[in-house]
Design a protein around this ligand. Structure first.
Ligand code: CP
Length: 308
């Protein structure tokens, strides 16, 4: 069964196939109203459960629209409204849902919930974000980079700030797609050794550079993310802001990257914190293409999972 749990758990050629199919499906829809179905309806007759234990705008809407464009139906479920949020086990929830739906996408806190869901479900499970990783976001980011600049293989990606769950999925992807990652941020917020080790073992060069100016030198892509993620306590906000302020992406920092470097942010952003509006709305920013490409990339992920 093809789950989509993390980028390093899916074969590199399958990942390439997903990106290529996403690109082809996007091209095939150019100029169409959003609500018009695709010519191909590979999800006709399929029911998809979208479970959210955390807030979401992009993931929720892009999965829902994507399923409908491909002819399927969705059921959007909030963890709190399900028995899952009131003591029913993940294993029992997975077995019950498998009797009703063909595919499960779950956004949750602890990675163990996702993994247990996948272990017990008889249908494919997609990771819509956990505290540790966010693979669907990075598939959209790779699609976006390649649309603008061609193959990402061999490129230098610089992650600024907190080595969080999105950074972790970039590290997973570095090994699978053959690009290098430089992390620049305070030592306390380094990505986990496991993620760095996996990327290096897969052949990617991973560099930790505390000086953001040195880090972005020669960058093809500069990436920022919020300084306080959904799973971080609000009480840590001031401390994190103080640590992360030197890593803000602004025009002065972008000037040290390659002249044609792109800027990405998975959104939602906190303008004038991790990134200035001048960069977000500037010519190097592709943030809204990234958001759009969540739709196209996830449609291809769902086809991969369902084998349709
Ligand atoms: N980037 C992202 O996952 O956005 P949402 O939290 O809005 O889904």
């Amino acid at each position: 069964m093809n789950h989509f749990l993390d980028i390093h758990k899916t074969e590199a050629d399958a990942l390439r196939g997903i990106i290529d199919q996403a690109s082809a499906m996007k091209q095939a829809r150019l100029g169409r109203p959003k609500g018009m179905p695709d010519d191909e309806q590979p999800l006709a007759g399929h029911m998809v459960a979208l479970i959210f234990e955390k807030p979401s705008t992009r993931t929720r809407v892009s999965f829902d629209v994507g399923v409908r464009q491909m002819g399927g139906q969705t059921m959007v479920l909030s963890g709190n409204d399900m028995q899952l949020g009131h003591g029913e086990t993940i294993a029992d929830t997975a077995r019950v849902l498998s009797r009703y739906v063909d595919l499960i996408m779950i956004r949750t806190f602890d990675e163990s919930v996702l993994l247990e869901m996948a272990d017990y479900a008889d249908v494919p499970v997609i990771n819509g974000l956990t505290d540790r990783t966010h693979p669907c976001q990075i598939m959209a980011d790779i699609l976006t980079y390649e649309e603008h600049r061609g193959p990402i293989k061999g490129k230098k990606v610089v992650w600024t700030g907190d080595g969080n769950n999105v950074c972790a999925s970039f590290l997973h992807a570095a090994g699978q797609f053959g690009f290098d990652v430089t992390f620049t941020g305070p030592e306390q917020l380094d990505p986990e050794d496991e993620f760095v080790g996996l990327a290096r073992k897969a052949g990617a060069t991973v560099t930790i550079e505390r000086d953001p100016v040195k880090a972005v030198a020669g960058a093809d892509l500069v990436v920022a993310d919020t300084w306080v993620s959904m799973h971080d306590s609000q009480s840590s906000k001031e401390r994190r802001h103080n640590m992360l302020r030197p890593y803000q992406v602004n025009d002065a920092l972008m000037a040290h990257a390659k002249p044609d470097a792109l800027f990405m942010h998975c959104l939602p952003a906190h303008r004038e914190e991790e990134v200035t509006s001048a960069v977000m709305d500037g010519p190097q920013s592709v943030i809204f293409d990234e958001a759009e490409n969540r739709l196209h990339a996830q449609k291809a992920v769902m086809r991969y999972c369902l084998g349709v």
